[in-house]
Design a protein around this ligand. Sequence first.
Ligand SMILES: Cc1cc2nc3c(=O)[nH]c(=O)nc-3n(C[C@H](O)[C@H](O)[C@H](O)COP(=O)(O)OP(=O)(O)OC[C@H]3O[C@@H](n4cnc5c(N)ncnc54)[C@H](O)[C@@H]3O)c2cc1C
Length: 566
Amino acid sequence: MDVPTADPAPLPETPDLQGAYPRLSDEQVQILSAHGERRATRPGEILYRTGDENYDFFVVLAGTVAVVEQEDGGAERVVAVHGPGRFLGELSLLCDQAALLTAVVHEPGQVLAVPVERLRELVSQDPALGDLVLRAYLIRRSILIELGVGLRIIGSRFSSDTRRLLEFAARNLLPHRWIDLERDREAEELLSQLGVKPEDTPVVIWRGEQVLRNPSNPELARSIGLLDPSSGSISCDLVVVGAGPAGLAAAVYGASEGLTTVVLDGVATGGQAGTSSRIENYLGFPSGISGSELAGRAVIQAEKFGARINVPAEAIALERRDGHHVVKLDGGSSIAARTVIIATGARYRRLDLPRMEQFEETSVYYAATQVEARVCGNDPVAVVGGGNSAGQATVFLAQHAARVHLVVREDALGRNMSRYLVDRIERLGNVEVLCDTEVRELRGDDTLEALVVENNRTGERRTLAARAMFVFIGVQPHTRWLADQLALDDNGYIRTGADAASPNTAGQAGQADRRPLPLETSRPGVFAAGDVRSGSVKRVASAVGEGAMAVRLVHDHLQQVGGSGQ
Ligand SMILES: Cc1cc2nc3c(=O)[nH]c(=O)nc-3n(C[C@H](O)[C@H](O)[C@H](O)COP(=O)(O)OP(=O)(O)OC[C@H]3O[C@@H](n4cnc5c(N)ncnc54)[C@H](O)[C@@H]3O)c2cc1C
């Protein structure tokens, strides 16, 4: 496959930005050579193209290779140039996703092509090489996100579908550029070139040419090669429902301990933690780590051991059939498994206010990440809630918004919030904390303009200018999809262990005829881990710990029923 090279003049090699483009040592090239094939290259030869789902891991041995993006209208933008000793690819190669960029030989020479399955084996056998490649790929992905290569999302900031697509792209670490119909001048011109009417937006442009009109998340995932097309009806040892910290930990331990493991998530990997801009209390990260980075690393780790992660794949029912547990998915397919770990976590509660539903379309948010910060711009915002999530959101939003009103029902900020966050908020000049205060009214036409708040001791009311409201007022578990299949507590959380066998669950569907193992639900072989479990402590570390522990108990269960437990 060749393309003509317009300019054969040498291109300078891209400098090694923060470890994104390291050079392999001669020894490492030697090791890789035993698993791949050397071949000569010609100028203009395409090694892989945007959208390719199967391509090799290439090491440049001689000459140069340019990595380019196909822009709108067929133009090419050079993202990086690599010379001898450098390797190509980025995160999508290891995650079985379609290539985001095209690699074109610039100066002729030689490459080493290693099949990706061999690379995966090497990465887990050779920690130094594995670390070098993983680190480089993670940094390359963050560079691509910053450059805004890849998808174009054209839509209005006031459209809930635009927000859904932006959230989907950001939560799944998909590099993209948002072209706002309200503010970006190029939007209309681009739409008329594509023959799309503004009322038909949002649209997503993939590979600079394919136009997807308001795709659902699964449609988008399938079009860009994110969703495994073989994720239809299959069977495995362990299905993990939910890919937050608990589910990802279960995936890493399950797959690394020899269980065929399939992971499902309805939205994105990372769960609630993935929406946190900085987690500061997770062991081993003294300067904190963003939730999306933690999730990105965990996904690679799980896939390295062979776990199959399917996103978006929403579980809608759990059944028992022919001795297997069957998880039914939105869209009609299903997965049969010998064991199940439910790690579907929880989501934020809604405020019970008039016109809430209307404003949820445009101005109310349940997460504070770069996506929401971008949409809100420099406008004043309000955060509602007195826990750590509200505190983290306030600290983050104060870097972007002109003013942040923090509305807290309790009489002091420190009632439910960690001291380090209270101290930080108190030092922020553009944050106003309103204690003993509750929201009573939302004002604005289509979009939020102000909140009316009331002091719950004095009854005094105030109007606060706010173009967006961020709500963090406690959580409710994702268990509706389970209907009456498992024993739940009064708040809808899944009972496990002795609690699942307690007399007040007697008669509920799926009751075991033996005492459930710890973390086992009222149905033998089905376990629950993390925030969705009754009595859990709602922390990243505990969710991770429970995910790991649940796998140990899966082995115990399989041993009891005569399967291959460890
Ligand atoms: C903004 C914010 C900041 C936080 N900061 C911290 C912090 O600094 N330190 C800390 O320790 N904790 C923090 N937490 C709490 C921590 O994130 C949670 O305790 C942790 O994420 C729980 O992990 P989990 O895997 O149990 O569930 P979740 O993280 O809730 O993940 C559940 C996953 O299941 C998926 N899911 C739900 N239903 C279905 C279904 N039917 N089918 C398929 N998938 C489904 C969801 O999409 C989600 O991805 C924070 C939480 C938030 C929201």
